[in-house]
Design a binder for this molecule. Structure first.
Ligand code: C2E
Ligand code: CA
Ligand code: CA
Length: 382
């Protein structure tokens, strides 16, 4: 895709109302007048750096107004697909909002019916509003009130010492049981929360519960918490939890923070964040290890205390030998890097035996225990 530059003399028409909309324009130099030809109403005067002609491009309808050069003019042509591809890839809610604005703006213009009923982008965005946008908005406000009313629960899944099988700690996980929709998976609502700032509230909620729980658990038991990328960007996040940990007299070593490789978009930021955790004393754990695309350099530079090997390696270890070879390589590597190793998703004795033989430090999975309420977790033997 390339940009084309076009020049116009003052008074020259760029397009007429009713013309096919085949591109939009950015004004590189000069001024443009947008007007309605039938009654010569001037709608807008635009200058350098502004975009016009995008409406017809967005909904594939003919030009609704005319445009002419007011001064000597240089325009950059923006092709239809440069705009529509971006919109197609954008968040459904953004798409829906563009659709609403477009519709509203069109209804304000004189003599503007909507386009001819063919299936075009505007129809698509309107149906997106119905299908995705609105239901998402609804779910989002429901999540907000669920958080406020304590309907988002925290459960705790045991993490056991592989050699002794004794409980060493827990991972705190969120649960939402919706009054009508029933149980909503954290995969769905955490993703929704991450699109907004709600994740900060969910995160704070889980932290508060984890700290309360740590105060009740024996001193040697730790809790792992999932940190999302928004919390990584929030500079106050670590200070906030440190304050709470100190106020409850809890050793920060007992609160392990899990981040995933895919979250490490800004490598330097992640590095600083991990260094700050180290200074404070919070151990940092690489969650879903082995599934991201980052190379060895990331592993060398980001000084994780714990690697948590993704469930996929455990689930497939007997289907495909290569998974076991990789597990062995990871175990050797962790030993030489002096990093602790957790295997996730252990469901049976056979898998457990392999990981024990490979000298993994910890195991988590249905074999040791499913996520459970705080009360059930406190009844376990430590
Ligand atoms: P995750 O951090 O990888 O958490 C492990 C997931 O594996 C949990 O799913 C857990 O219930 C499940 N699991 C554990 N052992 C087994 C097993 O033996 N077999 C199988 N099939 N599954 C097992 P869950 O609770 O549904 O959470 C899904 C994801 O949602 C988590 O993946 C995490 O990324 C996210 N999540 C959950 N709670 C929170 C939260 O409070 N904050 C954030 N930021 N993310 C959360
Ligand atoms: Ca996790
Ligand atoms: Ca995981």
């Amino acid at each position: 895709m390339s940009y084309h530059t076009k020049k116009y003399q003052p008074g020259e028409i760029i397009f007429h109302g009713g013309d096919t909309s085949n591109c939009a324009y950015i004004i590189e130099e000069g001024q443009v007048e947008i007007f309605v030809e039938s009654n010569q109403t001037i709608i807008d005067i635009l200058s350098e750096g502004e975009l016009f002609g995008e409406m017809g491009v967005l909904d594939q309808s003919p030009r609704s107004t005319s445009a002419r050069a007011l001064t000597p003019l240089t325009l950059l042509e923006v092709k239809t697909e440069q705009i529509t591809n971006r919109l197609a890839e954008s968040d459904p809610i953004v798409k829906a909002l563009v659709g609403v604005l477009l519709k509203r703006f069109r209804s304000m213009l004189p003599n503007q019916g909507l386009s001819d009923g063919k299936s075009n982008l505007l129809d698509q965005v309107t149906s997106v509003i119905e299908q995705t946008g609105f239901s998402k908005f609804k779910l989002e406000s429901e999540l907000r009130s669920a958080i406020n009313q304590g309907e988002v629960q925290t459960v705790f899944q045991p993490i056991s010492d592989i050699q002794s099988s004794r409980i060493a700690g827990f991972e705190a996980l969120s649960r939402w049981s919706h009054p009508e929709r029933g149980f909503i998976s954290p995969v769905e609502f955490i993703a929704l929360a991450e699109e907004t700032d709600l994740i900060i509230e969910v995160g704070d909620l889980v932290f508060n519960r984890a700290i309360e729980m740590l105060a009740k658990l024996p001193e040697h038991v730790f809790i792992n918490i999932n940190v999302s990328s928004k919390q990584l960007d929030d500079d106050q996040f670590l200070n906030r939890i440190l304050k709470k940990v100190n106020a409850s007299n809890i050793n920060p070593k007992r609160l392990k923070l899990e981040i995933t490789e895919t979250m490490v978009v800004d490598f330097n930021l992640a590095k600083k964040w991990i260094e700050k955790c180290r200074k404070i004393g919070f151990p940092v754990c690489a969650d879903d290890f082995g599934t991201g695309h980052s190379g060895m350099e990331q592993l060398v530079e980001l000084d994780f205390d714990v690697l948590k090997v993704d469930q996929v390696f455990i689930r497939n270890m007997f289907e495909n030998n290569r998974y076991q070879s990789i597990l062995k390589t990871i175990a050797d590597m962790a030993q030489s890097l002096n990093t602790q190793l957790v295997a996730e998703g252990i469901e049976n004795e056979k898998e457990y035996a392999v990981l024990k033989a490979l000298n993994f430090d910890f195991g988590q999975g249905y074999y040791f225990g499913k996520p459970m309420s705080k009360d059930d977790a406190l009844k376990l033997n430590f």
